[in-house]
Design a binder for this molecule. Structure first.
Ligand SMILES: Nc1ncnc2c1ncn2[C@@H]1O[C@H](COP(=O)(O)OP(=O)(O)O)[C@@H](O)[C@H]1O
Ligand SMILES: [Mg+2]
Length: 346
């Protein structure tokens, strides 16, 4: 594909008309004659609905990007040709199909490599990259909450917690984070006797008070956007002593409303410093080998600069990222342009 530096078109002709009524085949041949960037997408119907909004498709069309749904019942090689493949589907079979396609079609950018995504499907390996990082502390310290993985045997949890000295209350999260409803069923354990009621495999994390507000950091390549969300309220020492048992909370993250316009204590509401998020995102992009993800980050209550990453998700709900339509389309064009530049430098 030949591209000009600042445009996805080889010539100055206007973007192609892509009438809704056009057949897919004629869309394709038109697209390829006119050097359009063709992006195949394999997303669940829920994700397609929240991501493929008319505004995104319209803007993409104006910038010379054509989104085409991948048919999972047909071989991938028979479809396209694609410049980019966007995907978020689960299952071993799909991973194998994509891996094979990546090998046989090195000219296509697959966002992102299946193996790298797989890393985020386990809450232990998900946060390992953050734990391994050595960011300079000039804008604040970023860590993960102290945590323990329990693979099996609920009766041993209390001893294991005592041995490593984790402080109550603890957040219990299913070890597998595959996006299923079950994987979002979290619990808060107030006392050590109740820990045996939990169901391994799970990750036990120290609960970090953060004033009931968390930050969602959306990453699309080098672009970053951060939004505030309501989160779990602080738990006082008094509550820990007074309460006992396990409190289950299904899918907190789903219900979390935007806190961007709320009247909040400025100490709680203040966004993490931009340079800190930029360094963190850059380092995680490199370590995880991913370009499309988000992270949940909280700031310890009463501190200005102690941050904890508690969750990382692949291809999150970008529909909630401000201006994602512009950011995404620019990112896709940038990918194709940098590939073209690379090829012409040889
Ligand atoms: N270690 C923690 N300390 C305090 N709050 C937490 C902690 N871990 C999770 N939470 C709260 O629970 C919510 C859901 O946790 P998260 O790990 O993001 O799971 P999910 O995969 O369901 O999004 C977070 O948004 C936050 O409100
Ligand atoms: Mg989350």
């Amino acid at each position: 594909m030949r591209l000009k530096e600042d445009s996805p078109y080889a010539t100055n002709e206007p973007p192609p008309e892509m009438d809704e009524t056009m057949s897919l085949q004629s869309k394709y041949s038109n697209a390829h004659q006119r050097k359009v960037v063709v992006v195949g997408y394999a997303l669940t119907s829920k994700k397609t609905k929240s991501f493929m909004k008319p505004k995104l498709e319209g803007l993409a069309r104006n910038k010379g990007i054509l989104f085409v749904a991948i048919d999972q019942n047909r071989p991938l090689s028979d479809q396209g040709p694609f410049d980019i493949v966007l995907h978020k589907l689960s299952g071993k079979e799909w991973r194998q199909i994509l891996e094979e396609y990546r090998q046989t079609h090195p000219e296509v950018t697959v966002l992102d490599p299946p193996d790298a995504i797989q890393h985020l499907h386990n809450r232990q390996s998900m946060l390992q990259a953050v734990a391994d990082m050595e960011l300079s502390e000039s804008y604040g310290k970023v860590d993960v909450p102290r945590q323990l993985v329990i693979k099996k045997d609920a009766s041993s949890i209390s001893d294991a917690v005592g041995k490593v000295g984790l402080k109550l209350p603890l957040v219990a999260k299913p070890l597998v984070a595959d996006g299923s409803e079950k994987s979002h069923e979290l619990s808060l354990a107030y006392d050590k006797y109740s820990l045996q009621k939990l169901e391994p495999p799970l990750v036990l994390q120290e609960f970090v008070n953060h004033g009931g507000v968390m930050f969602k950091v959306f990453i699309v390549g080098e672009a970053i956007k951060v939004v505030r969300r309501f989160s779990l309220p602080n738990v006082s020492m008094w509550e820990v002593l007074k309460n006992a048992g396990i409190y289950r909370f299904p899918r907190v993250s789903h219900a979390a409303a935007s806190a961007d316009d709320a009247d909040l204590d400025p100490c709680v509401a203040e966004l993490p410093p931009r340079p800190l998020l930029e360094r963190l995102a850059k380092e995680l992009r490199r370590r995880l080998g991913l370009r499309l993800f988000n992270l949940d980050i909280i700031r310890e209550y009463g501190t200005r600069d102690r941050y904890y990453v508690i969750d990382i998700n692949y291809f999150p709900g970008y529909g909630k990222m401000p201006e994602y339509e512009h950011i995404f389309t620019d990112f896709l064009l940038g990918l194709v342009q940098s590939k073209y530049k690379k090829r012409t430098t040889y």
